[in-house]
Design a protein around this ligand. Structure first.
Ligand code: PLP
Length: 462
């Protein structure tokens, strides 16, 4: 199994090489050269298995020779043992044909734990074997950073630096990043928004001298291993509702397009998915792009679903690569236009290909609040604002096919928005309330590449 870059100019890599690298050296993202197929019998065979066993069967063909079966089973077992629900990703029914996939039972209460816990164990195993050390730098709109810190803290072969937009994450998200005491963890509050954090991170990857000197590794959703981990729950939930004998649809609250791209991979593998619906908040670049073909950034508007306050949606490049018939040069050209002019126009052919796989919807702030309140009144279910964006869009796309909306975070991670909508203060699970008391450790940093690189050089363990 080889991985190739969406911009066509970087060497093909094995699974572990692509995982440890993150971003390709031509600025592109790694994707599998061919997508492994699961037959209807193999999919039906997932019914009734543990999440871990299903995860092994779905992900194994992507791993190639990188890990033995025993190693990989051990990695999966350790990744999910800290989850607080035996099903790992339980389904809850919201209405006659509408289901909620609860992805927030991991250690930091967001779906990011599914990928990050796995990739922590994958890194640990691969680095220990090679006697290597890496510097992980991540950009976060809130949840990736806390999930990464939780997954990598205390590991001996990694330093973790997390850039988050100063003042633009919730208190719980911030405290999850600033209260761990492990010396290999560094929370950096950057003077800027999430797109600035992500842009500086990409700059570091494109500065090869720095990249090689510190052994830079990325765990943002540009990392293929993260996308792969998320493919699993599309299978487990669809099979619970009768796949492969019955089709299902998914609605996914979307920011960086990683989670929904995992659904697209599940579909490419053979899972009978009817619709994959992109749900955006008022930062609706993906919805506008699907509607008009124009991908045009116009600044991030802070919302009550901050983990989706994104304009430059990194993983969309992977979908464009397929929509353009895997033409790396065409993708590289679009990305150049994005960088120099803030946008690009998707060709008619590519737009049609995107619309064959994806539908989309946008939700305003008021609609988000109404949905949290309405769902609580009708079913007792308390939604986080991101999940509410998903539920609202799902309702607009509901048909005869069962709809599964991904609940991406626990409501207690966003208590103010939830309380404003329902009058109810969602309590943090007991094991987490300690972070409200602990001292915080954070460094404020300017939105400046050389200053960031100097700080990372100085702070990392040599
Ligand atoms: C990261 C995140 C999203 C967006 O996921 P993408 O993979 O970036 O599209 C949605 N909701 C929550 C709670 C998140 O943390």
């Amino acid at each position: 199994m080889r991985y190739i870059s969406t911009r066509g100019q970087a060497p093909a890599l094995s699974f572990d090489e692509a995982m440890l690298t993150g971003l390709a050296r031509d600025g592109g993202l790694y994707v599998p050269e061919t997508v492994p197929q699961m037959s209807a019998e193999e999919i039906a065979g997932l019914a009734g298995l543990s999440y871990e066993e299903a995860a092994f069967r779905v992900m194994r063909p992507f791993i190639g020779e990188a890990f033995t079966d025993d190693e990989f089973r051990g990695i999966i077992a350790r990744a999910y043992e800290g989850f607080r629900h035996e099903a790992r990703a339980p389904l809850v029914q919201l209405g006659p044909n509408h289901f909620l996939l609860e992805l927030f039972h991991g250690p930091t209460l967001a779906f990011k734990d599914f990928a990050m816990q796995l990739i922590g164990q994958l890194f640990q195993t691969a680095l220990a074997r090679e006697g290597k050390r890496v510097t992980i730098v991540g950009a976060t709109s809130g949840d990736t950073g806390s999930a990464a810190i939780e997954a990598f803290r205390g590991l001996s072969n990694v330093d973790v630096f997390i850039l988050y937009p100063h003042g633009r994450v919730s208190e719980i998200q911030r405290r999850q990043m600033t209260t761990p005491e492990d010396s290999n963890v560094h929370a950096l509050a950057l003077a800027g928004d999430f797109d600035d954090c992500q842009a500086r991170l990409k700059d570091m990857f494109n500065h090869f001298e720095f990249r090689d000197a510190v052994g830079l590794a990325g765990v943002n959703s540009i990392n293929w291993a993260r996308v792969l981990a998320q493919v699993v729950y599309y299978f487990t939930s669809a099979v619970s509702l009768g796949a492969p004998h019955r089709k299902v649809s998914f609605t996914v609250p979307t920011g960086n397009f990683g989670d929904i791209f995992a659904g697209y991979i599940a579909k490419r593998m053979g899972l009978p998915i009817e619709k994959l619906v992109i749900a955006t908040n008022q930062n609706d670049i993906l919805h506008r792009c699907l509607s008009t073909g124009e991908y045009a950034t116009d600044g991030v508007k802070p919302s009550i679903s901050p983990s989706m306050d994104i304009q430059v949606s990194s993983n969309f490049e992977r979908a464009l690569f397929d929509a353009y018939g895997r033409d790396g040069a065409a993708v590289a050209q679009l990305m150049d236009e994005l960088k120099s002019g803030g946008g690009f126009t998707v060709s008619q052919g590519a737009l049609q290909a995107l619309r064959e796989n994806f539908a989309s919807g946008r939700v305003s702030e008021d609609e988000t609040r109404e949905t949290i309140a309405g769902m609580h009144a009708r079913t007792g279910e308390v939604l986080c604002p991101h999940s509410a964006v998903g539920v609202r869009v799902a309702e607009a796309h509901q048909g005869p096919t069962p709809m599964i909306t991904l609940a991406t975070a626990h409501p207690a991670k966003f208590p103010d928005a939830v309380e404003a909508a329902t009058g109810l203060h969602p309590e943090l699970p007991a094991h987490m309330s300690a972070i409200l008391e602990k001292p915080e450790r954070v460094t404020e940093v300017p939105n400046d590449l050389s200053a960031l690189e100097a700080l990372i050089h100085e702070r990392r363990a040599q």
